[in-house]
Design a protein around this ligand. Sequence first.
Ligand code: ZN
Length: 435
Amino acid sequence: MSLLLHNAFVHTGEAAFANGAILIEDGRVAWSGALADLPPDRTAATRRDLGGRVVIPGLVNAHTHGGLSACRCACDDGDLFQWAAALRSQTSHLTIEDNRQGCRLAVAEMLRNGITTACDCTRYGAGVFAEVASEMGLRSLSGALANSPELRPAGRPNWPLALDETDEAMARHGADGLARFYLGAHSPYSCTPDLLIEVKSAARERGLPFVIHASENRAETRITLERYGATPIRHLHRLGLLDRSTVLAHCVWVDEEEIDILAETGAAVVHNPASNAKLASGIAPVSALRRAGVPVGLGTDSVVSNNRLDLFQEMKLAVLLQRVSSLDGFAMNAADAFRMATSEGARTLGMERETGRLLPGMAADLVVLEIDHPEGLTPERVVSDLVYRITPREVRDVMVAGRFVVEHGALTLADDRETRPSPRRGTSHPTGTIA
Ligand SMILES: [Zn+2]
């Protein structure tokens, strides 16, 4: 199966081509560049004229909680701990069916918003997000975050249940191609050191990434300091949990030495600017992290702390917040944010060879956007518009692994009506899906 997308402004993530084209073979980019440079022997069974629209790599949402889309607006106020307490009381009735419905809503919203890869977290039902995502055409890295019941009492213990669910899901999705898995722990403050070590060891044994929330809120730093005599990053480092396969969500409260630890160990960070602002957590030192060589992706977090799964918003906020917190108008620019939402986001998830750029050999994960400019498109204007101006309304078509999963703004692999919010609730035993 081969397809040539042509008559487009193509930004591959590395270079831009005004009269660009992308040749797709078996779900992968076979060639990309200016149409005039397409070798004459490279032909395609089908051609699609994109009418001068803009093509970019699919966006990577490096941190979210799809299940929580079942309870949009459950809690809009308070800092992280006040918000989490209020959310717990609002979500204790949630069932695995609710989790599944939340995942459907989240995947639908993400695909319509140009997100082609998402890293999802839950407490129960480690395989649910992947099942829904693969069915609807989204690339996923998913799993569950373990926690210690004595430190985080709501709900049933979820370890080693999460391990069994993940092993089962991996066996089920073996040949799927879209679904990958991690093993994770909720945070340094809701997991005992023994549990953290156990989860990381299980991840190492299986060659899986290890995902954890860390240094999200200032009070968290105080808790781990009092309990373990170390701030969260130092604590995780002492336990030997930081390496190139470790993905840390947030890292708002990290000092210079902790930034150096992250850089030396190769751990990656996911920045969630809207969620961190909404929960009064603070502004992560993204510029300093990236300067030190720490890869930083962008995440939306859940709709309960955001309330949109929209990486265009996150790109803009990421730049604006770095500038306003440093009073430096050069602290971060649009190209930085675009990279974080694509190739650098993919790197944080260990998927940089698979997605995030439209280069030969990589997956054909892309977004077709309705962007024009009064003076014509240039690479600078396109990147500027991507970060500062446009919204998901400009997303027209979305392709994942060579297949259009959104066309003219509508999902192609799911019934549109079923992916709209519905008040129905499941009937099985409530587990709670907060993570
Ligand atoms: Zn989270």
